[in-house]
Design a protein around this ligand. Structure first.
Ligand SMILES: Cc1cc2nc3c(=O)[nH]c(=O)nc-3n(C[C@H](O)[C@H](O)[C@H](O)COP(=O)(O)O)c2cc1C
Length: 207
């Protein structure tokens, strides 16, 4: 498959040390608001990479459900591959790619479980069928057929639903952010924030 002639020039916007917010949380909020206003596809979808016990970094998409000065929150099954990997090493990376805005955001940080109250609040706000699904899916374990999970789902629908103990949130507390804005001739803007005790050190990276 020959793909080397696919080429796109980026020229929508610029990002400078002067214009960037001095607090990376503010900068993320600003770009997220712009992504929401532009109605791009899946702005809250983020790549989550974690090193698993096999030594490989494994990546998958999860949905950002809350964001603030505390960090980035998503919800999942604690016994899934990602859950076990976070138990093994809480150092994780998040990645947002917003092609319509020619933007990428990379975040590195440490993941912690959210409180049961936070997990409950989100769990019970989900559609009932999603709550049932969380109860019947031992996420990332091998299953022997599609039919088996459909049967479990239909049977479980008839019972009252509660949040399984192994389902809940993680909050990623960032130590590093990189904001990438595509520019002409591959001379992209990259602004890096690194946490230094209570301050954020800002620098520009070569494209
Ligand atoms: C758009 C999109 C959104 C997703 N959101 C979530 C999510 O919020 N939580 C989750 O556990 N899995 C989500 N998934 C599924 C994961 O990518 C993944 O398949 C699953 O969590 C199992 O990953 P693991 O085996 O690495 O733990 C999403 C997938 C896609 C494509």
């Amino acid at each position: 498959m020959k793909l080397d002639s696919i080429r796109k020039d980026y020229q929508l916007a610029e990002l400078s040390e002067e214009k960037v917010e001095k607090n990376p949380f503010r900068q993320f909020e600003k770009w997220m608001k712009e992504a929401l206003e532009a109605r791009i596809n899946e702005p809250t979808a983020m790549g989550l990479s974690v090193v698993a016990e096999d030594g490989f970094p494994h990546s998958r998409i999860v949905l950002l459900k809350d964001f603030g000065e505390e960090g980035f929150t998503f919800f999942t099954n604690y016994n899934s591959l990602k859950g076990k990997s976070i138990t093994n090493s809480s150092a994780v990376s998040l990645l947002f790619f917003w092609p319509e805005l020619e933007r990428q955001i990379r975040v590195a940080g440490f993941a912690e479980k959210t409180s049961p109250e936070v997990s409950d609040r989100y769990f019970y706000s989900r559609p009932l069928n999603s709550q049932v699904a969380a109860n019947v899916s031992e996420q990332s374990s091998v299953i022997h057929s599609r039919e088996k999970i459909d049967q479990l789902f239909e049977a479980r629908k008839k019972e009252p639903v509660t949040r399984p103990e192994n389902w809940g949130g993680y909050i990623v507390k960032p130590v590093r952010f990189e904001f990438w804005q595509g520019r002409e001739s591959r001379l992209h803007d990259r602004i890096l924030f690194v946490k230094k005790v209570d301050n954020w050190q800002i620098s520009r990276l070569a494209p």
